[in-house]
Every structure is written in structure tokens, then in C-alpha cells.
Design a protein around this ligand. Structure first.
Ligand code: HEM
Length: 433
């Protein structure tokens, strides 16, 4: 990238085919030779030759286009006396777009639930994911390949997978996030605060061990089955993720040591059910993180996309959609945080008794809200919301993958039913109108 400086008058001289410069956010690009290669065609570039194309550029491209090496090298200098104002977030940096972050992370707002330690922890985890995981996750989603051992090792270094199991005695003696939080102080709000970071499930195709519910003459039992020649897996293509490793697993006379029995023989179902509340809560937390990203994308897009001379948000129908999605994500956040507070203060058995119903209803509500938001966002982005690259790629991804949240750990209808049945079970005998 050149550090040369130009006046705007100098740029305006380069205004024709074969000698074509534009200014984007104070930076000067020489597109003379690129014009014929431009995916959007040469004519649109000729129409902007020698001009400041910032607005028109951001109506059609994501910022990341300019950061790709093959395009960043088209920059020949900058306009004298001006500095760039449009920058990507640094790792760990918070979005300043309204509602893109929950209030506990927004300067000037308050929360009864989080301490400064939660905030520092969240910042460090977010920075870690941006620095070490995000690029790899995107690469593997495109290729369907297993994540590298290097990233797995990085995650192990901070004991991320152990933290994903929630607070508890399994954390004893571990150094969490480089010592940022003591194992005995790690709580469900720390875990919730991780939810703004994307992650993927590695199972089936990549697993070394399979936690399996088996039917025996003595009843159901859960076994930890090691991958051997007797175990084969076949990748299953899904609409939600290439890196989820979803697989069809076949066991052919696999033998398992008695020591690999989880729980008691005949009580297998209890073992499987024992994790459900935490898993369902975790799904609501990750859905919430994704919904915030969608709000951030939609507010930016409706602000920068100019149609008929006005930003998209000049249309009341667009503002109504934004209002609905903001309200939904704030409602979800408030409910998730309330449940998280209960989890922090209840024993495992109290949680099983008092929270199974509320968590089931919460998950139903959050995943439905997510899918409504996915629909609204797709309408706002139009054709770009259904293309997997370019401006609407995150919306396309969320619209395609949000049904995952509606199914994983219990489908919406089943959870709604469970929530109400739990409430009915707890009705006082003498309750009358
Ligand atoms: C440094 C300057 C530019 C670069 C590197 C660039 C690069 C690209 C790339 C890579 C795409 C493919 C879509 C994507 O990945 O988002 C694209 C699409 C497009 N570009 Fe550019 N572009 C530049 C400037 C401009 C300008 C000044 C205009 C003016 C109108 C323009 C109009 C378009 C259009 C109309 C499309 C198709 C968009 C769509 O189908 O949604 N580009 N450009």
C-alpha cells in the first residue's frame, strides 16, 4: 500500500477508461487495469471515475472486500489532510451500533447481573475467537474439513471446552482463560458471556469417542465408545454447517470396557436427560448472540444502502421490521439473564425441579424469535439476503441455519408442551377462579 498523498483535484484528472481512479473513505484506488476484471462490471466504475465513490461502494460491498490483499494493493495513496473513518472492529472491540451489544456491555447502561470480571472475561474470549478461531471457522465451513489441531490446542490452552460444560467441580485446578477467572468463581454469566462468539460442534465424523445410549436386556445404558475399526462414520450433508461433523455412525460388534459405562445400567435415560436444561439454556445463549449480529448487520445495511436517493431506513416499513427485531432480542436477553441468575443460585436438583419448564419455554421463545428475525432480515436485504457471498452473506447464513436452534436439544412444539405440563404439575390443588 502506497503512502503517497494526493489532492482531490489530482484524483479527478484520472477519470476515464484506462486511467481510472476513485476515492473510497479518503483512500485513493487505481482501478485502471482492474476495471475489466471487476465482478460488478466495468461500466459502473467508469461512471464513478475520478470521483469519491465511498457511498456507492458501501451500498454494494462489505468493508472486507477492500481488505482482501488482491484489492488492498489497488490503493495508490490517500487524500492529503483526510483520514479513514471506516474500520473493522479490533479483536475484542465492542460494536457501537445501537442494540448490537446487550446493555451490560454498553457504556452508560447498568446491569445487576454482571461484574467487571465478567466484562473483562468476555472481552478476552471475544478477542481470542477473532484472533485464533474465526478465520479457521470460516475456512472450514467452506471446505467442510476438520478444524486444525493447532486451533484445538489453542482452545485447550484456555480450557474453553471445560468452561463450556458450565461451572462445577470439573473446573477445579484448571487455569481458565489464562487465569482471568478462578475456577470457583466461574459462573453461568461467564458462560453466557461467551455466547457472542461463534463456535461449532465437532461430532460424528471427527469424534474419537461416542457417548451412546444403548438398549440392553437390563434396560437403557449410556456407553462411551472409543473409535476403533468396529466404528465407522459417514458424513451427512446438512443445511446448517459443514463443520458440525454430523454423521451417520455404525457400530459393528464394537466392544467397550465396563469402565466406560456412564451412570448406572438401566438408568441411561436419566444420564441423557441430566444435561438437557444446561444444553437448552446454552442454545438460547448462542441464538441470542447470533440475533445481536443480525441486528447489527441490519442497522448498518439500512443506514448505508441508498435506494431512490434515501437510506433504506427512511421507509417506515423497514423501521417497523427493525423495531420488531430489536424488541425481540431485548426481550430474549432479559429472560435469558433472569434464568441465568436462577441457575447461579440453585443447586443442580433445584434447577431440575424449578427450571426445566421455564428453560423449555425460554428456548421455544428464543428460537422462534430468531427465525422471525431471520425472516425480517431477509426481507430487508432482499436478493442479497439469499446469496451466500457479498453484502447479505451473514443474513443468508442465519436464515439457513436458524432452524438448527429450533430443533437442537428439543423441537419448539415439544418444549412448549413440556413447559406448560411442568406448570400444570405445579398448580396448587386449591387454585380456583
Ligand atoms: C476498490 C474498488 C472496488 C473493488 C475492489 C470492488 C470489488 C468488487 C467485488 C469483489 C465484487 C463481488 C461482490 C463482493 O465480493 O462483494 C464487486 C461487486 C460489485 N461492485 Fe465493486 N469493487 C470496487 C468498486 C466499485 C465501485 C466504485 C462500484 C460503483 C458502483 C462498484 C460496483 C459493484 C457492483 C454493482 C457489484 C455487483 C454487486 C452485487 O451484485 O451485489 N464496485 N465489486
Amino acid at each position: 500500500m502506497s503512502s503517497k498523498e494526493f489532492t482531490f483535484d489530482e484524483v479527478t484528472q484520472h477519470n476515464k477508461e484506462g486511467d481510472l481512479w476513485v476515492v473510497i473513505d479518503s483512500k485513493v484506488y487505481d482501478l485502471s487495469r482492474f476495471a475489466d476484471l471487476h465482478p460488478g462490471g466495468a461500466n459502473v466504475l467508469y461512471a464513478n471515475a475520478g470521483k469519491d465513490a465511498t457511498q456507492v461502494f458501501f451500498g454494494l460491498h462489505r468493508l472486507e472486500v477492500l481488505q482482501r490483499p488482491q484489492y488492498s494493493r489497488l490503493q495508490v495513496g490517500a487524500i492529503r489532510g483526510q483520514t479513514e473513518s471506516i474500520k473493522p472492529l479490533a479483536p475484542g472491540e465492542l460494536s457501537l451500533v445501537p442494540y448490537a451489544e446487550p446493555t451490560w456491555l454498553t457504556p452508560g447502561y447498568f446491569s445487576p447481573y454482571y461484574s467487571d470480571n465478567h466484562r473483562q472475561f468476555h472481552k478476552a474470549v471475544r478477542a481470542f475467537f477473532m484472533e485464533f478461531v474465526y478465520a479457521e471457522a470460516i475456512r472450514c465451513e467452506d471446505s467442510g474439513k476438520r478444524i486444525s489441531q493447532e486451533v484445538v490446542d489453542k482452545l485447550s490452552e484456555i480450557n474453553f471446552l471445560a468452561m463450556r460444560l458450565g461451572p462445577g467441580k470439573h473446573l477445579k485446578g484448571l487455569t481458565l482463560m489464562g487465569g482471568m477467572v478462578k475456577p470457583e468463581e466461574y459462573d453461568y454469566f461467564h458462560e453466557l458471556s461467551n455466547s457472542l462468539c461463534r463456535r461449532w460442534i465437532t461430532n460424528g465424523t471427527f469424534s474419537d469417542y461416542f457417548t451412546t445410549l444403548c438398549k440392553t436386556d437390563a434396560g437403557l445404558v449410556v456407553l462411551l465408545i472409543e473409535r476403533t475399526d468396529a466404528v465407522s462414520t459417514k458424513a451427512v450433508k446438512t443445511s446448517y454447517s459443514a463443520t458440525a461433523g454430523t454423521a451417520f455412525v455404525t457400530f459393528d460388534k464394537a466392544r467397550v470396557p465396563v469402565a466406560n459405562t456412564l451412570g448406572q445400567v438401566g438408568k441411561g435415560l436419566s444420564v441423557i436427560l441430566s444435561n438437557f436444561n444446561h444444553e437448552r439454556w446454552m442454545v438460547t445463549a448462542t441464538s441470542l448472540g447470533a440475533q445481536r449480529v443480525v441486528v447489527d448487520e441490519c442497522l448498518k445495511w439500512t443506514n448505508q444502502r441508498i435506494a431512490f436517493g434515501k437510506p433504506l431506513h427512511a421507509q417506515s416499513v423497514i423501521r417497523a421490521k427493525l423495531a420488531a427485531m430489536i424488541s425481540r432480542v431485548e426481550a430474549c436477553q432479559a429472560w435469558v439473564e433472569n434464568i441465568t441468575l436462577q441457575m447461579n443460585n440453585m443447586s443442580y436438583h433445584e434447577q431440575s425441579d424449578k427450571l426445566a419448564g421455564p428453560i423449555a419455554l425460554l428456548k421455544q421463545f428464543v428460537s422462534k424469535a430468531g427465525r422471525e428475525t431471520a425472516e425480517d432480515a431477509t426481507q430487508i436485504f432482499g436478493g442479497r439476503g439469499i446469496t451466500a457471498s457479498g453484502m447479505g452473506k451473514i443474513i443468508e447464513n442465519y436464515h439457513r441455519t436458524s432452524p438448527f436452534d429450533a430443533i437442537l436439544a428439543g423441537a419448539e412444539d415439544v418444549l412448549g408442551d413440556l413447559g406448560v405440563r411442568q406448570a400444570i404439575r405445579k398448580m396448587p390443588q386449591n387454585a380456583r377462579l
